[in-house]
Design a protein around this ligand. Structure first.
Ligand SMILES: [Zn+2]
Length: 464
């Protein structure tokens, strides 16, 4: 007997109601089993060893008769690509489900359970990669298998891509784009890590979708001056010049800029604010013209970086010895630029702020990844909104600007609309285990997450 999963509820456009409940249960069991197997593969990067993860994923795709290709670009390291093809005559452009297989290092002595044991205790699964990002990779794998087994009619190809080396050098994605670009560049949409669905008091507060990223533009500041003995100080010494330069940088505030994503973000968050602030959040461009409000945003570390290029002084160095005045002193600045910014102009400005011929400011890297953003009025965005509405009623879907780097940046340059979206809800505590000790995810999320993502995909790509 076929029992619709959501028998009592109707929500327009979601084709997934057709999965019978017994198979739904099977998928949940499969998800837990595969998640444990995946977490037990040690892909700590460095060195990565993603080849073992490729073999694991490939064995599943082969067994399920899903078209796939593996690319071993270095011994023991590689990517895997798979596809469930469209079933209509003139398909739309593909959707890519992207994940990375490598994980960051872990110190087993600091963990409750070994980081590659995938131990389940009290409904919680522990393992390096449980948040970042084997969980989402698993959900993407499940979606491929579910699409195939349920014989879903699709109006576009669904492409699965798992890459190596995201956490260190990004050589996996670099290799794919350099060598097998034709397998990816025609895509219209891409979903990968990023985004967050914070669980507060048992309810998802909002569904955050990363649609834009700032880009690192790290700067190296070097001051030179007369060296000498520490017993004879001079105001023109390198350390003194450096300190004065950094003081000027510290007091320099890049101007506030409201990019379109932030306008939407603030508007969507308005209903969650105290009444007095709501109109300001709804029209942030106008509110930013009020000095008091601008000051309030500037003082709020959780908001300030979203509205301006940011500068953090992070590394400092002078003499190796207390009694020696060095000829050189240096500092590094972690600078992050908003989408649309010009690094050359920014550098010019900082040099003007420093205004000292004995202090140089230079970029630490030759290549600058241009910060970019994806539009939000898209079919994928709407699809996520509809599905989020079902699973997390009352939680608005909000577009976010991310301060860090993800592979979205690379794919946006190919013309692919790329979002950071998580199909899992996590408490702040669970989320904070990413890259930390005792990384974990609740088993209930492992069971549900694949279905959330499946609904998004079917809602977008199910042939009407
Ligand atoms: Zn990651």
């Amino acid at each position: 007997m076929v029992v619709p999963l959501f028998a009592q509820e109707t929500f327009a456009g979601l084709a997934s109601e057709s999965i019978p409940i017994d198979r739904e249960k099977q998928y949940q069991t499969m998800a837990i089993d595969w998640m444990q197997q995946y977490l037990r593969i040690d892909t700590t990067n460095p060195p990565g060893n993603e080849g073992k993860a490729v073999a694991f994923l490939k064995s599943i795709f082969d067994r399920e008769n899903i078209e796939n290709q593996e690319f071993e670009y270095r011994p023991g390291r590689g990517n895997i690509w798979a596809r469930v093809p469209a079933t209509v005559a003139n398909p739309k452009r593909p959707l890519i489900l992207l994940s990375h297989m490598d994980v960051v290092t872990s110190d087993a002595s600091q963990w409750k359970y070994p980081p590659f044991s995938a131990t389940i205790n009290n409904g919680v699964m522990y393992g390096r990669g449980a948040q970042d990002m084997k969980s989402e990779g698993l959900a993407q794998l499940m979606v491929m298998v579910m699409l195939k087994r349920e014989k879903v009619a699709l109006d576009r190809d669904i492409i699965f891509l798992a890459t190596a080396d995201e956490e260190v050098d990004d050589s996996g994605t670099d290799w794919m784009i350099a060598n097998r670009r034709e397998l990816l560049e025609n895509a219209e949409f891409l979903i990968t890590e990023g985004g967050e669905n914070p669980l507060v008091g048992g309810k998802v507060k909002y569904v955050g979708l990363d649609v834009a990223e700032k880009s690192p533009f790290w700067l190296h500041v070097v001051a030179t001056g007369k060296p000498g003995h520490g017993s004879r100080p001079s105001p023109d010494s390198a350390p003194n010049r450096l300190i004065r330069a950094l003081y000027r940088i510290q007091n320099y505030q890049p101007e506030i800029k409201v990019i379109p994503v932030m306008q939407e973000f603030m508007r969507d968050l308005a209903p969650l604010q105290p009444e007095l602030l709501q109109p300001k959040f709804r029209d942030i461009r106008r509110a930013m013209k009020e000095p008091a409000f601008r000051e309030m945003i500037s003082q709020d570390d959780s908001l300030n970086f979203l509205f301006r290029d940011s500068i953090a002084i992070t590394m400092l160095s002078g003499s190796e010895q207390t009694n020696v005045i060095p000829a050189q002193a240096w500092a590094n600045l972690d600078v992050r630029l908003l989408p649309g910014e010009d690094p050359t102009k920014f550098l010019e400005t900082i040099r003007k702020v420093v205004a000292d011929p004995n202090v140089t400011v230079t970029p630490m890297k030759d290549n600058f990844e241009v910060p970019n953003a994806s539009p939000i009025h898209t079919d994928l965005y709407r699809s996520i909104e509809e599905v989020a509405n079902h699973y997390f009623p009352g939680a608005p879907v909000v577009p976010r600007l991310s301060g860090g780097y993800t592979e979205n940046q690379r794919f946006r340059q190919l013309g692919v609309v790329s979002y950071g979206f998580s199909p899992f809800a996590a408490t702040e505590e669970e989320g904070s285990t990413e890259h930390a000790n005792n990384e974990r995810i609740r088993v209930a999320e492992v069971e549900r997450g694949p279905k959330v993502l499946y609904d998004v995909v079917v809602n977008l790509a199910g042939a009407k």
